[in-house]
Write a protein that binds this ligand. Structure first.
Ligand code: NAI
Length: 326
């Protein structure tokens, strides 16, 4: 039987937020959807909600727009109270000339307000973070969550777009049905920290060894290809919304008693790093199991060894942010 869950999309009037809100409104497990954004958003959150409220789905949709000040967190009560899942595609994309640290400071600042509001109003919710840089923002937010005595396993970094892309590229190369293709993507969610394990996919493992480095790179660079094709007018929004909804629906299916696996970037003990993307099982408590990496071939093991120090540094940047902004 379908569930009855309350979901909030924070940044719901943005490029990712609008299609993500639509896809979540279409999930039979969603009975209430809140579209939450700032008053200065391109489209008022109330307008996005009014539009979506006409879909002939059971879900009630309501919009909330807040001024960009710290007190907004106080007003978020009605919107967040009772939420089972909060998806966060809020934040700004990286601008030319801006380094990773600048982006981290801006977006972690945005995420911090939202995560603090979640801690106050819906501490049991699963919080899915799309806001970049995921590799650093997730550790920063988990540390803050832990300090409040809450369970860091509720914070999930959404890396599903890497899986979606890896699956699609294998399909394009082999012509095999999509239903046979599931490439786990582990590590992190930027550049070389993204590691698709083609050897663990029944179709992916049939790819010729000399094609693997290019396929691997194609997955790593896919976001940049979209940014270039959009000619400076945005990054991946539609495919990200699709991927974010896939993760969101998996979380809700888990809460509703199904056992669902997806890859996600979470607090982890499967490697030496405290945060890592690997296969995760969602169940009634949210993240129930973080799975070990499984067997890696020589190429993948080499890539893993190379990505660990890079990811370590990005995690540390998040931990430093949490310390500096305690
Ligand atoms: P966008 O600018 O179109 O939308 C962002 C929305 O967030 C805007 O409507 C804005 O008003 C809202 N917002 C900003 N601060 C807020 C706050 N404090 N509270 C509530 N809402 C707030 O940007 P887009 O393209 O939708 O990207 C959003 C984020 O997602 C960026 O950080 C981007 O880097 C990230 N991203 C992540 C991907 C992933 O795979 N995890 C892929 C693509 C983008």
């Amino acid at each position: 039987m379908a569930g009855s869950y309350k979901v909030c999309v924070v940044g719901g009037a943005g490029g990712i937020g609008q299609p993500l809100s639509m896809l979540m409104a279409m999930d039979p497990n969603v009975s209430e959807l809140c579209v939450y954004d700032l008053t200065l958003a391109m489209v008022p959150a109330e307008g996005v909600a009014a539009d979506l409220s006409h879909l002939n789905m059971k879900c009630k949709v309501k919009g909330y727009a807040f001024d960009k000040d710290d007190k907004a967190i106080e007003k978020a009560g009605e919107c967040l109270t009772g939420c089972h899942l909060v998806l966060v595609p809020a934040g700004v994309p990286r601008k030319p000339g801006q380094d990773r640290k600048d982006l981290l400071n801006i977006n972690a600042g945005i995420a911090k307000n939202i995560v603090e509001a979640c801690a106050k109003y819906c501490p049991e919710a699963v919080v899915g973070l799309i806001v970049n840089p995921v590799n650093s923002v997730v550790p920063a937010m988990c540390e803050m969550w832990k300090k409040k005595g809450l369970n860091p396993a509720k914070i999930v970094g959404i890396t599903t777009l890497d899986v979606v892309r890896a699956d699609k590229f294998v399909h394009e190369m082999t012509g095999s049905p999509m239903s046979d293709i599931q490439v786990p993507v582990i590590g992190g969610h930027a550049g070389a920290t993204i590691l698709p394990l083609f050897s663990q996919c029944q179709v992916g493992k049939t790819l010729p060894a000399d094609k693997i480095p290019d396929m691997d790179k194609k997955v790593q660079d896919a976001g940049t290809v979209v940014v270039a094709a959009k000619n400076g007018k945005g990054s991946a929004t539609l495919s990200m919304a699709y991927a974010g909804a896939r993760l969101g629906k998996a979380v809700l299916a888990g809460l509703n008693g199904e056992v669902v696996q997806e890859c996600a970037y979470v607090a982890s003990t499967v490697t030496d790093l405290p945060y890592f993307a690997s296969k995760v099982t969602f169940g009634k408590q949210g993240v129930e199991t973080v799975h070990p990496l499984g067997d890696l071939n020589e190429y993948e093991q080499g890539r893993l060894n190379a990505l660990m120090p890079v990811l370590k540094e990005e995690i540390q940047a998040g931990l430093d942010y949490a310390k500096e902004n305690d």
